[in-house]
Write a protein that binds this ligand. Structure first.
Ligand code: ADP
Ligand code: ZN
Length: 213
């Protein structure tokens, strides 16, 4: 199965993608995670991407498109994949379409996670991630037992550098301008399905699963 998750920053795409990955045993491809990893390792890609990410802007299309192309050609993607954070604008969606046609593949499901702007701000400003295992916490909705450390592995919790109020506002603006048009694109192309992404994670997950064909 090949699936796309759409939605604003903080909609919980990453969380749902991880659960879907377990359930369907297909890889999760998160452009955000791949780019953050590249920044951490200070690769050429990372160095080019960093300025855009820190500013809350989209990384140039040619970079993310070649990254995605390379990734979906890998062996483990033969069984399918979950795209989380890609595509993020029409150019990326068109390129993805082109690539999949070349590969003789189709997208089976596009799920749009919907949350309002106020809720997003609240979620993003309070979240932290374990630097070792990637587990996510939130100071209000899911606080760690020991402040600053991961419940499951004891790793140090970090806040993403782009989870500050100024950058979040910019990411939301970019989302409105560039990513929202994808809802129409995928309504026409693939029968987009929308899930309200508020409430307990498991409940949202079960709604997402109901939508999947
Ligand atoms: P969020 O959805 O919470 O904003 P992501 O982890 O998906 O976070 O993305 C973080 C940053 O990585 C984005 O603000 C952007 O700079 C960059 N990025 C991720 N995916 C893409 C993409 N498909 N195209 C361009 N830039 C991207
Ligand atoms: Zn951890």
């Amino acid at each position: 199965m090949r699936l796309i998750l759409l939605g604003p920053p903080g909609a919980g795409k990453g969380t749902q993608a991880k659960m879907l990955k377990e359930k369907f045993r297909i890889p999760q491809i998160s452009t955000g995670d791949i780019l953050r990893e590249a920044v951490k390792k200070n690769t050429g890609l990372g160095a080019r991407a960093k300025t855009f990410m820190d500013a809350g802007q989209l990384v140039p299309d040619d970079l993310v498109i070649s990254l995605i192309k390379e990734r979906i050609w890998q062996r483990d993607c033969e069984v399918g994949f979950i795209l989380d954070g890609f595509p993020r604008n029409i150019v990326q969606a068109e390129k993805l379409k082109e690539t999949l046609v070349e590969m003789n593949l189709v997208i089976n499901n596009v799920i749009n996670l919907e949350v309002d702007a106020e809720e997003i701000l609240e979620r993003l400003t309070g979240r932290s991630t374990c630097s070792d295992c990637g587990n996510m916490f939130h100071k209000v909705s899911h606080p760690p037992k020991t402040n600053g450390f991961c419940d499951s592995c004891g790793g140090k919790l970090e806040q993403r550098p782009d989870d500050n109020e100024v950058t979040i506002q910019e990411r939301l603006k970019v989302y409105e301008q560039s990513t929202v048009p994808l809802k129409e694109f995928y309504t026409k192309e693939e029968n987009l399905k929308t899930v309200k992404a508020k409430g307990p994670v498991e409940e949202i997950f079960s709604h997402v699963c109901q939508m999947i064909e």
